[in-house]
Design a protein around this ligand. Structure first.
Ligand SMILES: [Zn+2]
Length: 320
């Protein structure tokens, strides 16, 4: 099938090419409906990862238009989301091996399927291992922090505190189920969390800012009585040479690093993510703030690099 595909031809520049997309006999050919713009791929955009020309896009979903002869579980017309694999989502058509596809229900709007980031949230939540009555804290209300907040909201936590230095993001966290919000710019955050929890502090803290200084601060948000779980969700690109381990030792914290490689079964985490998405525990409405066509992909990445204040999550719609 012939379609458009974006190639990063040098750091900071995509070019759109029209080409025939082939597939193997154990693969399906998918008409890509949506592909999320992800901070991690900025590493390619800046030239730190991969060799140009290269294709990108790992958060994608679409509808099957052709199936290879050895494919047994999928048929033409099925909607799927893809476990990466290959980075080819910024394309009109992409091939996917069937053992990396999860079926999406007929009724669900395929343009709202972002399987990959939500799979990672499932991995984080499993590592957080929230118990009834826990006090949970989410630090950093970007898309990942907000999806964690949505999934943790409900009646089993005694409180769910969102922490961010941007009040508009805190308002969103509140809308998505945080019971309390704390802005460290306006108050002493440790004292505020102590007041909210009656001195107990957090049973677990999910850190999603990518700022090493904030990570240090998160240790003080944890309960002093031992085994508070600190979940390192961010992918800390900047090296930090100084990290104060004293408070971590004093509190006997349990540091967990639930990145994709931490998952024992990424397909299972993706399956769980899709079922939570279909059930409505993960929301897409209110999260997608910027949409781009394939031809606008350079603009999409420039905006990912310099996010405007109202930016939460951007997507590319290859058929727009
Ligand atoms: Zn991603």
């Amino acid at each position: 099938m012939k379609g458009k595909r974006a190639y990063l031809v040098k750091p900071g520049k995509f070019e759109i090419r029209e080409e025939e997309v082939s597939y193997n006999q154990d693969e399906v050919l998918v008409k890509v409906a949506v592909c999320g713009l992800c901070n991690w791929e900025l590493n390619h955009w800046f030239g730190y990862l991969g060799t140009c020309p290269q294709t990108l896009g790992h958060e994608w979903a679409g509808e099957i238009v052709e199936v290879g002869s050895r494919v047994t579980n999928f048929k033409v017309g099925d909607k799927i989301c893809y476990l990466p694999g290959k980075l080819e989502g910024f394309s009109q058509y992409a091939a996917a091996s069937e053992d990396r596809c999860i079926k999406i229900s007929e009724e669900f709007d395929i343009h709202k399927v972002l399987g990959e980031p939500l799979k990672d949230i499932v991995t984080v939540l499993k590592a957080a291992a929230a118990e009834p009555g826990d006090c949970g804290i989410v630090v950093g209300c970007g898309p990942m922090g907000l999806w964690c907040t949505q999934a943790l909201s409900g009646n089993t936590l005694s409180c769910l505190i969102a922490v961010d230095i941007d009040d508009s993001k805190l308002a969103l966290a509140k809308k998505f189920g945080a019971t309390h919000t704390v802005n460290p710019k306006n108050c002493d955050a440790i004292q505020a969390i102590s007041d909210i929890t009656g001195g107990h502090m957090g049973d677990f803290v999910i850190e999603g800012t990518g700022n090493p200084g904030v990570l240090n601060q998160c240790i003080y948000y944890l309960k002093p009585t031992g085994r508070g779980r600190l979940l390192l969700m961010s992918s800390h690109e900047t090296a930090t040479k100084e990290f104060d381990f004293r408070p971590a030792v004093e509190r006997s914290i349990d540091l967990r690093v639930p990145h994709p490689g931490h998952s024992l079964n990424q397909m299972e985490d993706l399956r769980r993510a899709v079922s939570l998405l279909e059930k409505g525990s993960f929301k897409i409405d209110g999260m997608i703030t910027h949409e781009f066509s394939l031809d606008e992909i350079n603009e999409g990445f420039r905006m990912l690099e310099n996010k405007p204040k109202d930016y939460i999550k951007g997507i590319v719609l290859p058929w727009r």
